[in-house]
Design a protein around this ligand. Structure first.
Ligand code: SF4
Length: 344
């Protein structure tokens, strides 16, 4: 039997695994601290584990440890990591610098994506496979070698709710006090709108929710995001209204502005109507053009007019700086094939 990658086990599963070997529960906490707090992946280096435990684990368990195959650094300091997986597939992770020396890590949950949003490069490649728990948390482990990561967003390649069990497993490691010890307030998951999985997510784990909206009526959203044909806006908005939020929390609605498609004042008016009564914050993101893309970036004046309309009608609307523009690291533009990258 091939050895178990301990990063593929949630804290509970790790405890059970060790109990199966006749070990005490506190051993799991020791292992978690070594792996995630100290970043040590060599069992022999875990000096406070007994020699017997280390010998018992050797052969039965291993701990994967990633190094990026390439790192691209943008002019604004954004770093895009490319990791090659054991089966030869690739996945991308982006570290985005924030004010005050903080940073947000955008991680991937799948190789490719099945959702086929028309403005997204990842979607145009289709889905290859889900990432394992270890492959999700290893993106965080590897990026933290470059410095602290303050916030995590599941907004990279893939639809996280299409890989729900592994994503929830990874969240448990992110939140475990002996693991990464992130507060759920620091972690956000972005979905294209898989309604049943949104409901399940809210019941199983706490995480900030972002919904990739991009259109405020069904006709346009059907065209831009095919998932809307299965779960139209009334179902999506009901799921958003029912999503469990703590006081002061809001759902983030991402709206990618596409020139001449969804950037008119009439579109802003529809958005205001759609979000009426929802605890919402709107992130406006100017489309990041790439070679061969069917859409263009709106001009600055149009974006400001759209944002002003939302603000004037009582919505929280933030214009999100498009970081990493020069290395194609914006939302929905990770593709796992840097060799085909058309950026300068
Ligand atoms: Fe998938 Fe997100 Fe791209 Fe849509 S925008 S195709 S959900 S990766």
């Amino acid at each position: 039997m091939s050895p178990v990658d301990l990063k593929n086990l949630t804290p509970e599963q790790l405890t059970e695994f060790l109990q199966g070997l006749g070990k005490e529960a506190f051993r799991a906490r020791q292992l978690l601290r070594w792996i995630y707090k100290r970043g040590v992946c060599d069992l022999a280096a875990m000096t406070d584990l007994s020699k017997v435990l280390r010998e018992d684990l050797a052969g039965r368990a291993m701990i994967s440890n990633w190094e990026p195959e390439t790192v691209q650094v943008s002019r604004d300091g954004t770093r895009k990591y490319l990791f090659r997986l054991a089966d030869g597939e690739t996945v991308e992770t982006v570290r985005i610098p924030m004010e005050g020396g903080r940073s947000t890590l955008c991680i991937s949950s799948q190789v490719g994506c099945a959702m086929q949003c028309s403005f997204c490069l990842t979607g145009s490649f289709g889905l290859t496979r889900n990432l394992t728990i270890a492959e999700i948390v290893n993106q965080v482990c590897a990026a933290r070698k470059d410095g602290p990561v303050n916030n995590i967003v599941l907004m990279g390649m893939g639809e996280p709710l299409h890989n729900l069990d592994n994503v929830i497993g990874a969240l448990k490691i992110l939140y475990a006090p002996e693991g990464f010890d992130y507060s759920p307030r620091r972690v956000t998951l972005s979905t294209s709108g898989l309604v049943p999985q949104m409901e399940e997510l809210g019941c199983r784990v706490r995480v900030g929710l972002a919904v990739s909206l991009t259109a405020a009526n069904d006709a346009l959203r059907d065209r831009l995001m095919p998932i809307n044909r299965r779960y139209p806006l009334d179902q999506l908005m009901t799921a958003c209204r029912n999503y469990p939020l703590k006081p002061g929390e809001r759902i983030t609605f991402e709206y990618i502005l596409l020139r001449g498609v969804n950037d008119a004042v009439a579109d802003a008016r529809e958005l205001v109507r759609l979000l009426h009564g929802v605890k919402a914050k709107v992130n406006l993101i100017a489309f990041n053009e790439y070679a061969g893309s069917p859409f263009q970036t709106p001009d600055d004046r149009t974006i400001r007019r759209f944002q002003t309309f939302l603000l004037d009608h009582g919505l929280v609307a933030v214009r999100r700086a498009s970081k990493g523009r020069d290395i194609l690291a914006a939302c929905g533009q990770l593709k796992g094939e840097l060799e085909n990258c058309t950026c300068p």
